[in-house]
Design a protein around this ligand. Structure first.
Ligand code: HEC
Length: 131
């Protein structure tokens, strides 16, 4: 019985510690995801390629509507958008990331290259954004 309780409380502890991942560790994990999945297009300085790949650094599109960008990373994005007064009409496939990975990469891009965003994006928030 004691053993069962021990397992039970360990699982609760693991669950709790995961949902309270610190912003710093989420950003650190997000950097790795960015380097694996996003850097080839949006580049290491987050500036993209003007006219082809939109910037994430100081992007009004990203910073003014976080839910819309979570949606784009989760489900993909295509068609005309305007980022920092410049039009883009490209395609970004969904990158096949899990909700917690999307949360981490969002925390990374929202707090890099001069961007800053006080709220922590959680996998719960990503989960709530549906098609
Ligand atoms: C194959 C190239 C490619 C990859 C890989 C890619 N993107 Fe994109 N991304 C684009 C393009 C192109 C658009 C604009 C799509 C459009 O014009 O509708 C875009 C748009 C965006 C936007 C919204 C516009 C902006 O600049 O604020 C965000 C946020 C974004 N990408 C984040 C990411 C993240 C995070 C990853 C990695 C998980 C990623 N992208 C991977 C090409 C890419």
């Amino acid at each position: 019985m004691k053993f069962v309780l021990l397992i039970y409380f360990s699982l609760i502890f693991i669950g709790v510690s995961q949902s309270y991942k610190s912003k710093e560790s989420s950003i650190a994990d997000g950097r790795e995801i960015y380097n694996d999945f996003c850097i080839r297009c949006h580049l290491s300085d987050g500036k993209g390629t003007p006219g082809e790949i939109p910037p994430l650094a100081k992007s009004d599109y990203l910073l003014n509507d976080v839910d819309r960008s979570i949606y784009a990373i989760k489900y993909g994005l295509k068609g005309k958008i305007t980022v920092n007064s410049r039009e883009y009409d490209g395609v970004m496939e969904n990158q096949g990331l899990d909700n917690d990975e999307i949360a981490d990469v969002m925390n990374y891009i929202l707090n890099s290259w001069g961007n800053s965003y006080s709220e922590l994006i959680t996998d719960d928030k990503v989960d709530k954004i549906k098609k």
